[in-house]
Design a protein around this ligand. Structure first.
Ligand code: PLP
Length: 375
C-alpha cells in the first residue's frame, strides 16, 4: 500500500460516489428544480427501471426494506393466530414485521454451508406450528449475505401446505437463482436500498416485487394510507411508506452501474475463496446461483482472536449476526421446531465478514492479513 492510499474500507461508498458524482449532482438538481419531492416523476421511472431489470410485472417502491415486508404481510392479511416462518439466523426485520402485526414469527434453522433456510427444519416447523394451534400462513426465506435461498425446495414445501412465499431479498437484489433474477420468484419479494446494501441510496428506501395485479393494487393502496380511487378516499387501514423522489433519482443513476459492480463483487469473492479456503471455512454457493455478496462471510472457531488481531492491523471486519434472532431478548418467547436451531447457534459463534465492495483496490493485502491472522 502506498502512503497515499486510504485505509481499506469495509464498504466503500465514497469510491462509488466519486465515480458518478456529476451524474448524481445533476439528478438531484433536477428534483430541486421541479420540486415534486413526494411521488415525483423519478419514482415512477425508477419503478419501471426495477421491473425491467428484474423481469417482473410490478415494482412498488416504499420507505425502507422493513416497511416493504410489512406492506406485503398487511396485504396478505397476516395477523393474530398466524405463524410466519423466518430463519433464526437473520436481521431483526424479518421477524419483527410479523410480530408487529400480532402474528407469531416461527423460527426455522439454516443450512451450515449457505447460511439460508433449511428445508427440513421448515418442514418440522410446519408440523410443530399446527400442534401449537397456529395457522401456517407465510414463509420468509431470507437471501442471506446476497445468495438466494434454495427457493425451489422452499416453494415446493410451501405450496403443499398452502403457505405463501415472501422472499426477503434485502441483501440479494441483483442476484440470480437458476437463471431467474431475484424479485421474479415467490409470491412476492422485498428489498432494501439502505446505503450499505448492494444497491443503496443516500437514506432509507425499499421496494416490493410481484407478478400479481391484485397484490400490487393492494400494496399501492396500503403504502398511501389505504387510499381508494383518489387520495382523500381511505378504503382500508394503511401506512405512510413512500420512497423520496430524491432517493429515486439517486437510485436511477446507481442502477446504471450496478451490473458492472456485481461483476466486480463476484471477481473479488472468487479471489477470496480461492486464496482463503485452506485457512478458513469459505462460503458455498448452491448450484445455479449467483450471489451479489452483500457480505463475504468466513467461519473460524478462533473468530474472536482473529478479528481482534485484524483490528490491531487496521483491517475492518463485522459480525453478522453475533446472536441468532431467536435468542434476542425481544424474541426468546417465540417458538422454534422441536429439533431446535443448532446451526444458527453454531454459526453465530463462528462467522465474521470481511471487506467486500466493488472498489477494493488492494485485495492481496487483505488476503495476506487474513492468512497471517489464521496462524
Ligand atoms: C437490511 C435488511 C432489512 C431491512 O431493511 P431496511 O431498509 O433497513 O429497513 C430486512 N431484512 C434483511 C435480511 C436485511 O438485511
Amino acid at each position: 500500500m502506498s502512503e497515499y492510499s486510504t485505509p481499506t474500507q469495509f464498504i466503500d461508498l465514497a469510491a462509488q460516489q466519486n465515480k458518478i458524482r456529476s451524474e448524481l449532482d445533476a439528478a438531484i438538481s433536477k428534483v430541486l428544480d421541479h420540486g415534486h419531492y413526494i411521488m415525483g416523476p423519478e419514482v415512477k421511472i425508477f419503478e419501471e427501471d426495477l421491473s425491467n431489470y428484474v423481469g417482473v410485472k410490478h415494482s412498488l417502491s416504499c420507505a425502507n426494506g422493513t416497511d416493504a415486508l410489512t406492506l406485503v404481510l398487511m396485504a396478505w392479511g397476516v395477523g393474530p393466530g398466524d405463524a410466519v416462518f423466518v430463519p433464526s439466523f437473520t436481521y431483526v426485520a424479518s421477524g419483527e414485521t410479523p410480530a408487529q402485526l400480532g402474528a407469531v414469527p416461527f423460527f426455522v434453522d439454516v443450512q451450515e454451508n449457505t447460511f439460508n433456510m433449511d428445508p427440513d427444519s421448515f418442514k418440522q416447523a410446519i408440523i410443530d406450528c399446527k400442534t401449537l394451534g397456529l395457522n401456517p400462513k407465510v414463509v420468509v426465506p431470507v437471501d442471506l449475505f446476497g445468495q438466494p435461498a434454495d427457493i425451489d425446495l422452499i416453494d415446493g414445501i410451501a405450496r403443499e401446505n398452502n403457505i405463501k412465499v415472501l422472499i426477503d431479498a434485502a441483501q440479494s437484489f441483483g442476484a440470480t437463482y437458476k437463471g431467474k433474477k431475484v424479485g421474479s420468484m415467490g409470491d412476492a419479494t422485498t428489498t432494501s436500498f439502505f446505503p450499505a446494501k448492494p444497491l443503496g441510496c443516500y437514506g432509507d428506501g425499499g421496494a416490493i416485487f410481484t407478478n400479481s395485479d391484485e397484490d400490487s393494487e393492494l400494496i399501492n393502496s396500503i403504502r398511501l394510507h389505504g387510499k381508494g380511487s383518489q387520495k382523500y378516499d381511505n378504503v382500508r387501514i394503511g401506512i405512510n411508506s413512500r420512497l423520496d423522489t430524491i432517493q429515486a433519482a439517486i437510485l436511477i443513476e446507481k442502477l446504471k452501474i450496478f451490473p458492472e459492480e456485481i461483476i466486480s463483487r463476484n471477481r473479488l469473492a472468487s479471489l477470496y475463496t480461492k486464496s482463503l479456503n485452506k485457512y478458513f471455512i469459505t462460503p458455498e454457493l448452491i448450484e445455479g446461483t449467483e450471489s451479489v455478496w452483500a457480505q463475504y462471510t468466513l467461519r473460524s472457531n478462533k473468530r474472536d482472536s482473529i478479528i481482534s488481531d485484524l483490528k490491531s492491523k487496521g483491517l475492518p471486519t463485522a459480525i453478522y449476526y453475533p446472536i441468532p434472532l431467536s435468542q434476542q431478548k425481544g424474541y426468546v418467547h417465540f417458538p422454534c421446531p422441536k429439533t431446535g436451531l443448532p446451526i444458527s447457534e453454531k454459526l453465530s459463534k463462528e462467522v465474521f465478514s470481511i471487506p467486500m465492495h466493488p472498489y477494493l483496490s488492494d485485495p492481496d493485502s487483505v488476503i495476506d492479513l487474513l492468512i497471517d491472522s489464521s496462524k
